[in-house]
Design a protein around this ligand. Structure first.
Ligand code: THU
Length: 130
């Protein structure tokens, strides 16, 4: 199963009764393992979590901190692109050459890397004093 198929499979478990927009994400860690996540919404709308955040959290919970590939999929006319917060989360954990595949259920695919998605990312060194 490739990473986009893994994201499509977990998308079936998405809990999105408010937006009716189900999203699935899968990340491949440096060790080669695949971690999945789906969006989980909440009656208190801002408390919802994105699919990418779920996949990253699963990877970190398993003790890994580096990902080399990402796939995200939704039933959207064009391939779904990660929100601003997820771009920052991906930047934190993705290797600079990590391929991010964005897909629609209809089969459209766009690939980018993290720097394309988030130029000028906020990074830890900006918080360091001289
Ligand atoms: N969503 C994701 O899970 N990932 C994305 O890349 C885009 C948006 C979710 C958040 C919310 O549950 C729903 O899609 C609509 O914004």
């Amino acid at each position: 199963m490739d990473l986009t198929e893994a994201a499509a499979a977990v998308r079936q478990n998405a809990y999105a009764p408010y937006s009716n927009f189900k999203v699935g994400a899968a990340v491949k860690s440096r060790s080669g393992k695949v971690y999945r996540g789906c969006n989980v919404e909440n009656t208190a709308y801002p408390e919802g979590t994105c699919a990418e955040a779920g996949a990253i959290a699963a990877m970190v919970a398993a003790g890994e901190s580096s990902l080399t590939e990402v796939a995200v999929i939704a039933d959207s006319p064009e391939p779904v692109t990660p929100c601003g917060g997820c771009r920052q989360k991906l930047f934190e954990f993705a290797t600079s050459d990590a391929k991010i595949t964005m897909a629609s259920v209809s089969g459209k695919i766009v690939t980018m890397n993290v720097s394309d998605l988030l130029p000028g990312a906020f990074v830890k060194s900006q918080m360091e004093k001289h």
